[in-house]
Design a protein around this ligand. Structure first.
Ligand SMILES: [Zn+2]
Length: 474
């Protein structure tokens, strides 16, 4: 090891040990011998982990949020009341600079809706209109159903689709692959002359609960109504078709998009002791779909980020840089919260050392996915080792979050909390997204992971080096 770095290592280690004491400033841009430096944080991060896992504060707060306000779709009163509640509680917690930042958000409303099987027998089928979908005429659309497993089958049967309702019975592969049917199914079906479309819910497992989510139209084809049905019913209608039984349904939807509505990102901070203008963001999104209670998607992410700050504060820790918790608005259908933040903070984005988001459930944490330079990756991977005691030490390349995406496109290093997502899509965007599906102890470990990663990055004498890959769109 070269002389210069030994001296720097000693300097940095001294700085780390003296976390509670103001440490001599280290010049920005200095290389960090990260393993020694970061190992020096172990005592402090063990305290953070012990404190975070000593109670169920995050879970209890999530239960209160979801019990008090239920689901929180963009444009809804329940979202705005929940945002007020968060601001009040953050002030009670004594966080710094608690405030809201305005964002105009899409305002889609579901209205009444139903799906009736007419042929081969009468039955009411559970359904959920997809976010952004248009309505049917008041009397609904009654038409034969053409069931296809994928786009190839749709192309093969395009001639039969005109005037029918196309059902995409696409088995779940993984979210990234299967969600394409939800995103683009209405356009694909309309292109072959369908009058409406139905979707096998994007989920690997369920108890006859449909899953909603955003869908998109494009200006090249006529917009048609689009709704999700339960996996069991998609499979049943497919069997009926294979048996040669005519399948006819009546779809009724009152969905419509109102003018954009005002909403807010909510923010609270732990101001940095030495470089308060440099920021580490920890976050999750406050909005949810209008079903279930938005517990794992994504009230849990906000509560984990928020609790990470509270634990630091409780231990009397104040890192060099500011740690800022953000509860985003409008992740589910527009990402206006993330965009508004990017634009409002454009002059300060260079001072954003890192942005972390939790939006994949708060089950047992496994680590983080990171997008940024190789040298920064080497540092955060070292920090990950401090989480080996709770099994959250796997740091992988790639990752971030929808809401932090806009600022990541401007070069801010981004990170997503990874967890055991086995059950996440069982409940995702359905009425079953409730707090009881989450384990308080696992959630507390998510708090510990977020607190350790944010604290060390915020306290390192040297800001995470920039550069490296940026998400698409730059
Ligand atoms: Zn989400």
């Amino acid at each position: 090891m070269r002389h210069a770095s030994i001296a720097r290592t000693l300097l940095l280690t001294a700085a780390v040990v003296a976390t509670r004491l103001p440490a001599p400033a280290a010049a920005s841009g200095q290389q960090v011998d990260d393993s020694a430096t970061i190992a020096g944080y172990r005592a402090t991060t063990d305290r953070l982990i012990a404190a975070a896992t000593s109670d169920s504060a995050a879970w209890l707060r999530l239960a209160e949020l979801t019990d008090r306000f239920g689901n929180r779709l963009s444009g809804s009163e329940s979202l705005e009341r929940a945002l007020d509640w968060v601001l009040d509680r953050m002030r009670e917690d004594g966080l710094d600079n608690v405030h809201a930042e305005r964002a105009m958000v899409p305002h889609w409303v579901r209205g009444n809706e139903s799906l009736q099987l007419v042929e081969p027998r009468p039955a009411r089928l559970p359904m959920l209109g997809l976010g952004g979908s248009i309505s049917t005429p008041p009397e609904g659309i009654t038409a034969p159903v053409l069931v296809v497993s994928d786009t190839l089958e749709l192309a093969a049967h395009a001639a039969e689709a005109r005037g029918k309702i196309v059902l995409f019975d696409a088995p779940y592969v993984n979210y990234g692959v299967t969600v394409q049917y939800r995103a683009h199914g209405a356009v694909w079906a309309s292109r072959v002359g369908a009058v409406a479309a139905l979707l096998r819910s994007v989920s690997p497992f369920e108890m006859r609960e449909p899953h909603t989510g955003v869908t998109y139209y494009d200006s090249t084809v006529r917009r048609i109504p689009f709704a999700a049905i339960a996996i069991e019913d998609a499979a049943m209608l497919h069997r009926m078709q294979r048996r040669g039984q005519p399948v006819v349904v009546t779809l009724k939807m009152e969905a419509r998009t109102l003018p954009d509505a005002p909403s807010r990102n909510v923010i609270g901070e732990l101001r940095g002791r030495e470089r308060p203008d440099e920021v580490v963001v920890v976050s999750g999104h406050m909005d949810s779909w209008d079903v279930g209670t938005g517990a794992m998607d994504d009230g849990g992410g906000v509560m984990v980020a928020w609790e990470a700050l509270r634990v630091m504060k409780r231990l009397g820790l104040r890192p060099r840089r500011t740690v800022r918790v953000v509860g985003w608005t409008n992740e589910e259908n527009g990402d206006r919260g993330g965009e508004a933040y990017r634009d409002a903070h454009a002059p300060q984005l260079d001072d954003h050392a890192l942005a972390i988001e939790s939006d994949g459930g708060v089950f047992r944490p496994t680590g983080f996915g990171f997008t940024g330079s190789d040298s920064a990756f080497a540092i955060v991977r070292q920090i990950g080792r401090l989480l080996d005691g709770i099994g959250a030490d796997t740091i992988t390349k790639g990752g971030g979050g929808t809401d932090i995406g806009p600022m990541m496109e401007r070069g801010v290093p981004g990170m997503g909390l990874n967890d055991d997502g086995t059950r996440y899509f069982w409940y995702h965007h359905s009425d079953a997204d409730t707090v009881d599906k989450l384990d308080p102890a696992e959630m507390a470990k998510c708090v510990a992971a977020m607190a350790v990663m944010a604290y060390v990055v915020a306290d390192l004498p040297v800001k995470l080096p920039r550069g490296g890959p940026r998400p698409a769109g730059e």
